[in-house]
Design a protein around this ligand. Structure first.
Ligand SMILES: C[S@@+](CC[C@H](N)C(=O)[O-])C[C@H]1O[C@@H](n2cnc3c(N)ncnc32)[C@H](O)[C@@H]1O
Length: 288
């Protein structure tokens, strides 16, 4: 077999002659530990580094311009392996990270990207068992990070279709049991919220200053509010509302994320970058 020849066909068991196995010829090899199973989310990466998210189904097919990838090839095989379509296109297959999932998952509303979710989690200092008021929920990207950190979310979302998409995304990545900590209310958070003693309030809505008076009633003393706002004029209005409502330690940051390009001896920053997404504002509620 040449160096670049493809490994024996995926899913085909070795014959007894080709292995040292002592089991009967009809014995089926045990799947490797952590092997893919039906129902798993799988991230496929092609030779151009394009990414695709699939859910494995027995008998399922992933159609590409370069042939069909049979799901059955992956089921029972180890993660981080390579698989071929019917026309020889190769894909690497991994279980998606939360970042992979957020970038490829189905969306209703625009999501907060991992570049901002990561610092928001640190600014809000979210940990297991914390009670979090989150609005709006959008596609559930931020909710997933909060839930995976162990928080219990009391969410407010104006649109039922977005709330439904958020719940589906949460269940698909974290499992149905995560929904037990995801209490979703359909409603206008500007009108008020029906929660108290929250440890954290996280806002991603167009006019967060309208929720600040309600956040004051919902948060415990010392609780943290974090808001994501694309425009600096939103920041100014929000900070004013926070000061008026008795919040302290107010800080606003933005995070720039610049990738680098590597090829042979060339190593330089990418020509393009996501220069701006939003400003992140954090505040703590003084004792009331
Ligand atoms: C940009 S999206 C949130 C995205 C979400 N953070 C994520 O990471 O997927 C903003 C959401 O706020 C919701 N929204 C806007 N105004 C609202 C309000 N007054 N009360 C509750 N939700 C609201 C919108 O319907 C939308 O789903």
């Amino acid at each position: 077999m040449s160096d670049d020849a493809i490994e024996p066909t995926e899913g085909v068991e070795q014959t007894p002659e080709a292995s040292d196995a002592v089991e009967s010829p009809t014995a089926v090899a045990e799947p490797p530990a952590g092997a893919f199973v039906a129902g798993d989310l799988v991230l496929l990466i092609d030779h151009k580094k394009r990414q695709y998210l699939i859910t494995l189904e027995t008998g399922g097919e992933f159609h590409t311009h370069s042939g069909i990838l049979m799901h059955d090839l992956l089921i029972g095989r180890a993660e981080a392996s390579e698989f071929e379509t019917t026309r020889g296109q190769r894909f690497q297959a991994f279980r998606p990270t939360l970042e992979d999932y957020i970038l490829t998952m189905p969306r209703g509303a625009q999501v907060i990207y991992p570049k901002d979710i990561a610092p928001m989690m640190m600014l809000a200092d979210v940990g297991p068992g914390m009670q979090v008021l989150e609005t709006g929920l959008g596609s559930g990207a931020l909710s997933m990070a909060l839930l995976r950190a162990g928080a219990e979310i009391h969410g407010y979302e104006l649109r039922e279709d977005f709330a439904s998409r958020a719940k589906k995304n949460v269940a698909a990545f974290l499992g149905e049991e995560a929904l037990e900590r995801y209490h979703v209310n359909i409603g206008d958070a500007y009108e008020g919220v029906d929660v108290v003693d929250m440890d954290r309030v996280i806002l991603d809505i167009p006019e967060p200053w309208n929720v600040v008076p309600h956040a004051r009633g919902a948060l415990r003393s010392g609780g943290i509010l974090v808001a994501y706002t694309p425009s600096i004029t939103q920041v100014l209005e929000l900070r004013q509302a926070l000061e008026t409502a008795g919040f302290s330690a107010i800080e606003t940051i933005e995070v720039l994320h610049r990738g680098w390009y590597f090829k042979d001896r060339a190593a330089r920053p990418d020509h393009r970058m996501v220069a701006h997404t939003a400003f992140l504002t954090k505040a703590r509620l003084l004792s009331v």
